[in-house]
Design a binder for this molecule. Structure first.
Ligand SMILES: NC(=O)C1=CN([C@@H]2O[C@H](COP(=O)(O)OP(=O)(O)OC[C@H]3O[C@@H](n4cnc5c(N)ncnc54)[C@H](OP(=O)(O)O)[C@@H]3O)[C@@H](O)[C@H]2O)C=CC1
Ligand SMILES: O=C(O)C1=N[C@H](C(=O)O)C[C@H](O)C1
Length: 261
């Protein structure tokens, strides 16, 4: 039996790559696109295009929604899919913690799976796990994330998830000099519990993150680079399969991997 998939954001950088992956996976079937530029657009494929998520989810027989859009619409797509009994696999970044909690409640109520993954690249998921481990021994830490200049949200979803995982293992402490002064606003980056995040946006970049841990006479750097968007496709593929087996929301691909060996 094939898994029937709707893609939201099919013209985007990730959406285009995901279409190729789904079309080349035997047990996946693309059944509709959710796109805001339906009107006046020629749709040469046989796949129907919808602008209205509720209409799409009510009319199309689908198992999974893959959302690769923007923080503003990604949340409402996910909420609507859950209400219609369609399982969301969400790559869209920039959701607020309270939005994730709300979706968690809805998935629990509906008893269906939902996966929200700040990063689908397995290497980035491992980076986050290694950073969490290191935080136990190195409480002084800063995160540098670098992305292409078309990215809407800062910091990246991956940096925010890295921060959350580091906090789980780090003893809270003030970092840097107590009398530090910024002579240029923002020079020290965004701050949460003393941890700094620096966001770089430049053409030529794809998706990159470095976590730097400073200790007495030593520096530990953990780094991951996505060179292209194919790096995310294995994770999306795995999530489409796994979301079919879940009855609740999972936030982060690490929850689907065997990481204890
Ligand atoms: N979890 C992960 O591993 C990854 C997550 N991402 C995240 O995925 C998202 C998409 O990234 P990317 O493909 O690079 O971004 P793009 O800007 O290339 O694509 C986003 C697409 O969403 C479309 N869109 C906007 N509003 C709507 C709407 N109402 N309905 C349907 N489609 C809409 C945009 O249309 P238009 O062109 O008209 O603006 C655009 O085509 C981002 O949030 C990004 O951070 C990215 C890479 C990896
Ligand atoms: O917008 C992107 O490109 C990416 N977004 C995700 C994020 O915000 O972390 C994942 C990856 O970094 C690429």
């Amino acid at each position: 039996m094939s898994i029937k998939v709707i893609i939201a954001g099919p013209r985007g950088k990730m959406g285009r790559e995901a279409i190729q992956m789904i079309e080349s996976t035997e047990h996946f079937q693309l059944v509709a696109y959710l796109d805001r530029k339906n009107k006046g657009r020629t749709n040469e494929s046989a796949i129907p295009v919808y602008e209205d998520p509720d209409k799409c989810f009510a009319e199309v027989q689908a198992d999974v929604l893959v959302d690769l859009t923007t923080p503003e619409v990604g949340f409402s797509h996910t909420e609507s899919a859950l209400k219609h009994g369609i399982r969301p696999v969400v790559g869209t970044s920039g959701f607020k913690p309270e939005e994730i909690d709300e979706l968690k409640k809805l998935a629990d109520e509906k008893k269906i799976g939902c996966i929200i993954a700040p990063n689908f690249a397995v290497g980035a998921v491992l980076l986050m796990q290694f950073a969490k481990m290191a935080a136990k021994y190195f409480p002084d830490v800063e995160i540098i994330e670098k992305h292409h200049d078309q990215k809407l949200d800062a910091p990246s979803g991956t940096a925010m998830k890295t921060l959350e995982l580091i906090k789980e293992n780090r003893t809270a402490k003030a970092q840097g000099h107590p009398n530090e002064i910024e002579t240029l606003a923002g020079a020290r980056g965004g701050e949460s519990e003393g941890i700094r995040i620096h966001s770089v946006r430049l053409p030529g970049l794809v998706a990159h993150e470095e976590v730097l841990f400073g200790g007495n006479g030593q520096l530990l750097t953990i780094k991951h680079d996505s060179m292209n968007r194919q790096s995310f496709m294995e994770g999306i593929k795995m999530s489409i399969d796994e979301v079919m087996k879940l009855d609740h929301l999972v936030y982060g691909l690490e929850n689907l991997l065997e990481l204890n060996n």
